[in-house]
Design a protein around this ligand. Structure first.
Ligand code: C2E
Ligand code: MG
Ligand code: MG
Length: 537
């Protein structure tokens, strides 16, 4: 159960217990009052003597035996009541213990015993409530270096051990109550005296940089630390966490084992990024980003056989922002799913009007191949737009296949089973292109334009392109050359046996209405050619 849920369950149990305790008190008080009233009434009218007299005069009713039985039942009921109260108290003690345990679990990390993120949120919110007390503190966000590698190479046991050792090392320097595990390999330390924050951080770096012994080997580990102080930069205590996070990312970018303090420059970058993210969110929501389409030519027939959708973001003043600027931002801010869904839907709707033999190629970001639902999302869009899966080709780069091979493989096989083709984009630019070709099945290889751009001038590049085309022929996988700009390049590529071509020589990415015009022109030309050929015959 997630921590917030556990906390809510514990709180709810506590409320119910408190309510039932107060109900029992009221019932007890009510009964005592009724008893006192009865007693006073009986005293006043000598009720007991009257009953005795009545029993004496009516011996035949055996009232004395009945009275004796009532007295015995009364005494036994009192004993029974006392025993039940005893049981209740024991049960309540157990419940309170369980409640305390649930409370602890809700606020702590099971593996290291440190407080968790939920607990930190509470602590920071409490600081904010006491803002008038002008307390100040520093936050150290600590991210381990090389943790993923340890997990991948030595297994999760080793990873767990490293996290426990790290927790112990943190406890050696800082009181337990000020240490939190934020999740994964990220920890946070609150330093109550800001002037001590940097020395504490440096001591932590030194201790965390020591290798961790594990089954006779030593695991190489390190840490990067981001520091921010509250209320130095104004804002709420929770904003300080965001600042310390930003400082930690700056530390990570600077290399292993680095400490970085949040500064004005980072604040400015953070502000600009926040603004860019808001603009991007707005552009996605209002369809400000549209797919344009670059023609792909069959080098054998010289005809357009498909289009690659390339995202274009046109601002109100007419300036265009290219994908390399906003796709990384969309990936980092988690907006890429929404952007892809909208672009793919639009592209499928528009491509649905093209002739049936014209295909649509669509780029998928590497991060998306870690989303297990990607296949389903794509298929749902195809179903809703009625676009034939056999006309869709998904382009992925090899980085997509490195991060989480298993998930990527599952998604690719789902797509291919549904009839969608998969192309390996930018082939040759990564460091394991050949490994990817042997591990996965692709329907197309796209030779990166960096090879095509220079191969006419450099003999080596030409040989590489020739080899890639040969590889495609050998594997029976068609190749597309990207970035063809001159007819010389075209002639050489066609001569090598490259299947398809794409580049400014044939055309740049066009908006949907221009694509329609181009396709109409093309069908008219081929109609004219067919008529001319049959007239000659
Ligand atoms: P890519 O998939 O390799 O796309 C080809 C890029 O080369 C495009 O750049 C295209 O405009 C450019 N190009 C095509 N022919 C030529 C040429 O003859 N000369 C030169 N110099 N360039 C040419 P663009 O549109 O800027 O896209 C860059 C990259 O952004 C794409 O590389 C693709 O990886 C990514 N991208 C584009 N649209 C999307 C999208 O909708 N989703 C995702 N996830 N990525 C996209
Ligand atoms: Mg592409
Ligand atoms: Mg490419």
């Amino acid at each position: 159960m997630p921590a917030p849920h556990l906390a809510m369950t514990a709180a709810r149990t506590a409320i119910i217990m408190r309510l039932s305790a107060s109900k029992a008190t009221w019932q007890g008080l009510g009964l005592a009052l009724i008893g006192i009233l009865f007693f006073a009434f009986a005293q006043k009218y000598d009720a007991f003597e009257a009953v005795i007299r009545f029993a004496d005069t009516h011996e035949a009713y055996e009232l004395d035996e009945i009275l004796l039985a009532i007295v015995i039942i009364g005494i036994l009921s009192i004993v029974y009541g006392i025993l039940r109260i005893w049981d209740l108290r024991t049960e309540r003690r157990h419940r309170q213990m369980a409640e305390r345990q649930v409370d602890w679990m809700a606020l702590h990390d099971q593996l290291t015993g440190l407080k968790n993120r939920h607990s930190l949120d509470r602590t920071l919110a409490a600081y904010d409530r006491k803002a008038s007390a002008k307390r100040s503190f520093s936050l150290l966000v600590i991210d381990l270096d090389g943790f993923k590698r340890i997990n991948d190479l030595n297994g999760h046991h080793a990873g767990d051990l490293v996290l426990q050792v790290v927790a112990e090392r943190l406890r050696e320097q800082v009181p337990d109550t000020n240490i939190f595990r934020l999740g994964g390999d990220e920890f946070l330390v609150i330093v109550d005296t800001p002037s001590m924050a940097a020395p504490v951080a440096r001591a932590l770096l030194q201790s965390l940089n020591q290798p961790v012994p594990y089954q006779g080997v030593s695991l190489d580990i390190g840490a990067s630390i981001g520091l921010a102080t509250w209320p130095d930069n104004g804002g709420k205590a929770v904003d300080c966490l965001r600042d310390a996070d930003a400082a930690m990312y700056a530390a990570k970018a600077a290399g292993r084992g680095v400490l970085r303090a949040f500064d004005k420059e980072m604040a400015e970058r953070l502000r600009a990024r926040g603004l860019a993210e808001r603009n991007l969110r707005h552009a996605i929501a209002y369809d400000g980003i549209k797919p344009f389409y670059q023609p792909i030519i069959d080098l054998h027939s010289g005809k357009v056989c498909g289009f690659e959708a390339l995202a274009r973001w046109y601002l109100e003043d007419g300036t265009a922002i290219l994908p390399l600027e906003f796709i990384p931002l969309a990936e980092e801010s988690g907006l890429i799913m929404e952007l892809t869904d909208r672009l793919l839907r639009q592209a499928c709707e528009e491509a649905g009007h093209w002739p049936k033999d014209i295909t649509l190629s669509f780029n998928i970001s590497p991060v998306q191949l870690q989303d297990k639902l990607l296949g389903l999302r794509i298929l749902r869009i195809l179903m809703e737009t009625g676009f034939d899966p056999r006309r869709l080709e998904i382009e992925i780069t090899e980085t997509a296949l490195i991060n989480d091979i298993q998930t990527a493989a599952t998604i690719l096989s789902e797509l291919r089973t549904a009839g969608i083709s998969v192309a390996l984009d930018d082939f040759g630019t990564g460091y394991s292109s050949l490994a990817q070709l042997s591990n996965f099945s692709f329907d197309k290889i796209k030779i990166d334009r960096s090879f095509v751009a220079s191969f006419k001038d450099q003999e080596r590049q030409e040989k590489i392109v020739k080899a890639i085309v040969g590889l495609g022929i050998g594997l029976d996988v068609p190749t597309t050359a990207e970035g063809i700009e001159t007819s010389d390049q075209l002639a050489s590529l066609a001569g090598m046996g490259c299947t398809y071509g794409q580049g400014y020589l044939f055309g740049r990415a066009l908006p949907a209405d221009e694509v329609r015009r181009l396709l109409e022109q093309e069908s008219e030309t081929s109609l004219r050619n067919t008529i001319a050929v049959s007239a000659q015959a």
